[in-house]
Design a protein around this ligand. Structure first.
Ligand SMILES: [Zn+2]
Length: 314
């Protein structure tokens, strides 16, 4: 509204006689008196003014509201702070229907690739719907984004240096120069198992996300998208997703994951343990078969090599 009157926000608040008020607090909860005052001075109805605030958002979700524009739409004026994009699970401008840009100006189709992004959209939509209803206090009680984010950000394996697929190609000389980078232990979180698409594209040093709700509230555009996809995938099939993480965990990590799961509903936990032993057995069978296949392959290779050798000799 300040922009409409060609004023700065403090100037506009001064005009309204609200100079001492923090605009973020006004946006959070506008008292009836303040609503009436602004309505009288601007001609905007009190209902319309209340609709510009976050009054329907529960206190637990306040952490998710950005004080400034989070990710920017190139077609929106820089000084206009819209309500919908204040939440980290919004990835397109609702006015212009174009992708938000991150701090470096990149858009999700560039970072993830259009095909990957298209495949992830339905999970992101589910995740955003779960988050939206939670923020409005419509969640189904015990099991919601808070528990899911704690799970996604759990360290399921011990920290380890960048693996081969995470390292850029470099010569031996360069490798010596980058010794510190190559040996930096990277925190390994369940998010990488639930959303491997994120694991593949996120730069290794900024791959770890903050714990719990902070991961989403303070994450980059890519991190927020990955977490929203993760929440969508968990909401769609919690049992299968948890088992996937437990199978990929090391011993200490598995304990940490199980600790986090204690906050999940008993019915889901029972289904997880009922399916876990079978999944572990299948995994052992698969690993044994893989080992045997590798053995056969190297045997074959030896055979071929010895043949080639004999051929060359003759
Ligand atoms: Zn826009």
């Amino acid at each position: 509204m300040a922009a409409f009157y060609a004023m700065t926000v403090p100037e506009f608040l001064g005009e309204l006689g609200l100079l001492q008020r923090d605009v973020f607090d006004l946006e959070w909860r506008l008292s009836a008196g303040e609503g009436a005052l602004i309505a009288a001075r601007t001609g905007v109805s009190e209902v319309a003014l209340q609709a510009m605030t976050f009054q329907e958002i529960t206190p637990d979700a306040r952490i998710m509201i950005a004080r400034k524009t989070r990710h920017h739409c190139p077609s929106c004026p820089a000084d206009v702070h819209r309500k919908a994009p204040s939440f980290p699970w919004m990835f397109q401008c609702p006015i212009h229907s174009i992708d938000f840009r991150d701090v470096g100006g990149a858009i999700l189709p560039d970072i993830l690739g259009s095909a990957h992004l298209a495949a992830l959209q339905s999970h992101a939509k589910t995740g955003a719907a779960v988050l939206d209803s939670w923020a409005r206090g419509e969640g189904q009680g015990a099991f919601g984004p808070v528990e899911m984010l704690l799970f996604l950000t759990t360290r399921h394996r011990r920290a380890s240096p960048p693996n081969v697929s995470e390292q850029p190609r470099m010569s031996l000389g360069t490798r010596r120069d980058y010794h510190a980078f190559l040996t930096t232990p990277i925190i390994r979180q369940a998010l990488a198992v639930i959303v491997p698409e994120y694991d593949h594209v996120a730069p290794v040093l900024v791959k770890p996300v903050r714990p719990g709700l902070h991961a989403l509230a303070q994450g980059s555009l890519l991190q927020a998208f990955a977490l929203t996809v993760g929440i969508g995938r968990i909401a769609e099939d919690p049992v299968a997703r948890v088992i996937k993480v437990l199978l990929a965990s090391d011993a200490d990590g598995q304990e940490r994951v199980k600790d986090v799961l204690r906050a999940w509903p008993l019915s889901v936990r029972r289904r997880i343990s009922a399916r876990l032993w079978r999944a572990e057995r299948d995994e052992r069978v698969r690993q044994t078969a893989e080992k045997a296949a590798r053995g056969r392959q190297s045997h074959k290779l030896r055979y071929v090599q010895s043949h080639k050798c004999r051929y060359r000799i003759s």
